[in-house]
Design a protein. Sequence first.
Length: 276
Amino acid sequence: MVIGSFLNVVALRTISSKKFYHGRSECMHCKSTINWFDNIPILSFVLLRGKCRSCKRSISIQYPLVEFITGAIFIFVFTQNMESQHLVIFLIISAILVLISVIDTLVKSIYQSHLFILLALAIIFRSFIDPMNDFKDLFYGPLAFGGFLAVLRWVGGKIYKREAMGIGDVKLAVVLGFMLSLKLAVLAQYTSFISSSIVGVYLIVSNSKSEKILPFAPFLSFGTMMAYFYGQQIFSFVVQFLGLYLRASWSSWRPLETYKTFREASETILRGCGTL
């Protein structure tokens, strides 16, 4: 949670073009310096009832939320029984992904400097955890993950005549692909899209006043972590689900009945239009 509090500061100072070590934390409204006892993750927010001690204006829910999510991610990673050197690198990667996700959520932008750091860590991590017999194996993940998004961005731009996906999302997918094998990159891709679709549908159904453009970095990060830790389970589930669905569909398929149903539906539509 302390790391989450630090990441909040880094994110906001990066957006405002300040050095992350530039002075002590201050209120976003009245600019008064925040005391150390008001900087205790989550607890201070609760004790202050979400308001600044000086000006009494509301403190953004972003602060305790990022602190909680970061703490939860770190606890989750700690429980995965990773070797010490892998654990340290992955925790740093997780922290940078939280930072990227926070900034993308706030200003819909992904900074190149963060991507370069993440790229170096991803390659180091992959070389430790999965030594490759062939150097070209390192590029299958980035091509599958980032390449698909690049094509999707291009096709979406042609169809909608505007930017369908930020180039920063494509770059992030390429970088994250260096951590993954080809199969895991594909799983990360689908997990990212499924999770973002669920959130998108929820926002539409709930008539949320949130922005229509969802930041994709949090979902890319989530998809990557789920694919890395639960890739085999997800793959087995998908294969089993598709197998059951195809068998059920094939066994229940009746060509003649399908044709009759289609014909009746077509005639109903045409009558409604006044054609028949």
